[in-house]
Design a protein around this ligand. Structure first.
Ligand code: ATP
Ligand code: MG
Length: 400
C-alpha cells in the first residue's frame, strides 16, 4: 500500500512560546494562523489549516508530492512563532494502520537502504488511544525491525520515526525543519525600524519581528549629495526581510540637505550624533503617523563612536518613544552570523554611499553633551525640520 492510500499529506507545526500564554493563547494562535495563511498565498495551493492542542496541522490536497510538501514546510518555517516544522502524514487512529503506515513511510529512504540505526518516538495527546506511548514505540519499532532488519538505537539514532496521537488523527513523520521560534508577528504591536544599508539594522528588524512586532522601515538617503544606491540596498533588504512578516513598507527620506544644515550650524565633532538625533526625531514623527509605538535601531554598544554609552544616552534624549536596540549586547561576529542565516548579509555587503559618512568629521565625539546638541538644534529649529522631513517621504510597498 502506498502512503497516499493510507493517509493524507500534511505539515505539522510545533508552536513555541505561545503555549505559555494562558488566556491570550487563542488570540496568539489565531494571529499565527493568519500569518501562516498569508505566507502560503503565493504558493497557490489549497491548504486547510487546523488547530490542535499545542500544534497546528496544515492539510494539503490529495496527491500533493513530497517535494511540494517540502516547499510548503520551508516557506512556513520562515514564519515567527514556530519551533519545528515537520512534513508529515495524517493517518487513521487505529494501531494497526499506524504501524503499517510507519513501515511504508520509510520504505524508500536512504536510511533503510543503508541499514541505519533507528528509534521510534511516540507521543499520545489523546489518552483514550488503546496503546500507551511506550507500547506504541515497541509495536512500531518491532515491525520496522522485522520488515527491514534495521537495528534499534534509542540513544543516538540515525533515523527517528515520530508518531503523535492527536484528537482526530495520528501524525507520523521523520525529520523536520527548525522554525524561527519567538512570537507571531503582530502580537506585540507595531514599531518603526531605522534601516540603513548596513549589516546591523536588518538583523535588529528580524529580532524584533521575532518578538511579535510588525515593523515598518524608514531609510535616510544622502540625496541630493549621494547616489540612490543606498535606497536600492534598503529596498532589497526589506524585500528579503518581508518573508518573515509580509506586506512590508519602506519609506525613504532625502536627508542630504538636512545634514548640510547641521554642518553649517557648526555641529563639527557632534555631526554624527546630531544627525542621528535628527533621524530619530524624524522617525518619531513618522511613527506617530503610522501608529508605531517604538523605534528600532541596530546600535551595538561601543561598535562605532556614535554608540558609546554617553552617545546612546544623548540619542535617547532626542525622542519620547522608546528606542529598542536588540543588538546592544551582541558582537559583530554574532550579528554577521545571524545576517548570513536570515539572508541579508550579502545585500548589506554591497558597496554604497551611506549618508552618515557623507559629512563625517575627521574625529567624532565619543562623549556628546546633551546641552551642546540642544544648542545646535535650537539654531536650526530642528523640531520643525523633523516635521518637514517626515512630510517628504517617498513610499515603497513590498508585495514579495
Ligand atoms: P548598520 O549596520 O545598521 O548601518 P552601523 O554599525 O553602521 O549600523 P551606524 O551607522 O552608527 O552603525 O548606525 C546605527 C543605527 O542607526 C543603524 O543600525 C540604524 O538603525 C540607524 N541608521 C544609521 N544610518 C541610517 C540611515 N541612513 N537610515 C536609517 N537608519 C540609519
Ligand atoms: Mg551604518
Amino acid at each position: 500500500m502506498t502512503m497516499s492510500a493510507m493517509g493524507e499529506p500534511c505539515v505539522l507545526l510545533k508552536l513555541g512560546e505561545i503555549v505559555l500564554k494562558g488566556k491570550n493563547r487563542e488570540l496568539f494562535e489565531r494571529r499565527l494562523q493568519g500569518n501562516i495563511k498569508g505566507a502560503l498565498k503565493k504558493l497557490d495551493l489549497k491548504v486547510d489549516v487546523r488547530q490542535r492542542h499545542g500544534v497546528i496541522a496544515l492539510f494539503l490536497p490529495e496527491g500533493t508530492t513530497p517535494e511540494r510538501a517540502d516547499a510548503v514546510a520551508r516557506r512556513v518555517a520562515e514564519v515567527p512563532g514556530l519551533v519545528w516544522v515537520h512534513p508529515a502524514w495524517s493517518v487513521a487512529k487505529d494501531p494497526d494502520t499506524v504501524i503499517k503506515a510507519a513501515v511504508e513511510l520509510i520504505r524508500d529512504s536512504d536510511e533503510v537502504k543503508r541499514g541505519a540505526r533507528f528509534a521510534v518516538r511516540s507521543r499520545r495527546r489523546d489518552k483514550r488511544f488503546p496503546l500507551r506511548s511506550m507500547e506504541l514505540d515497541r509495536a512500531v519499532g518491532g515491525e520496522i525491525n522485522d520488515v527491514y532488519g534495521l537495528p534499534v538505537d534509542l540513544k543516538n539514532p540515525e533515523l527517528t520515526v515520530s508518531v503523535e496521537v492527536d484528537r482526530d488523527e495520528v501524525f507520523i513523520y521523520t525529520g523536520g525543519i527548525p522554525g524561527q521560534g519567538g512570537l507571531p508577528v503582530g502580537s506585540s504591536g507595531r514599531a518603526l525600524v531605522l534601516m540603513s544599508g548596513g549589516i546591523d539594522s536588518p538583523v535588529a528588524a528580524y529580532r524584533m519581528m521575532r518578538r511579535g512586532l510588525r515593523v515598518d522601515f524608514l531609510h535616510f538617503s544622502g540625496i541630493p549629495f549621494s547616489t540612490s544606491e543606498s535606497i536600492y540596498k534598503a529596498y532589497a533588504l526589506v524585500r528579503e526581510l518581508d518573508k518573515f512578516q509580509g506586506r512590508s513598507r519602506l519609506w525613504v527620506v532625502p536627508f542630504g540637505k538636512a545634514q548640510q544644515s547641521l554642518k553649517s550650524s557648526g555641529a563639527d565633532r557632534l555631526q554624527m550624533v546630531a544627525q542621528r538625533r535628527l533621524m530619530l526625531k524624524t522617525a518619531e514623527e513618522v511613527a506617530h503617523k503610522v501608529r508605531a509605538a517604538a523605534l528600532i535601531t541596530g546600535d551595538s554598544l561601543g561598535q562605532v563612536s556614535s554608540q558609546t554609552l554617553a552617545n546612546i544616552t544623548a540619542l535617547d534624549d532626542a525622542v519620547r518613544l522608546p528606542i529598542l536596540r536588540p543588538l546592544v549586547g551582541m558582537d559583530k561576529t554574532e550579528i554577521m552570523a545571524e545576517a548570513r542565516r536570515i539572508g541579508t548579509l550579502a545585500i548589506s555587503e554591497l558597496p554604497d554611499e551611506d549618508c552618515c559618512t557623507l559629512l563625517a568629521p575627521r574625529s567624532a565625539e565619543t562623549r556628546a553633551r546633551i546641552e551642546d546638541l540642544r544648542q545646535i538644534e535650537k539654531r536650526l529649529d530642528v523640531e520643525d525640520l523633523a516635521v518637514r522631513l517626515a512630510d517628504s517621504l517617498q513610499t515603497y510597498e513590498i508585495d514579495a
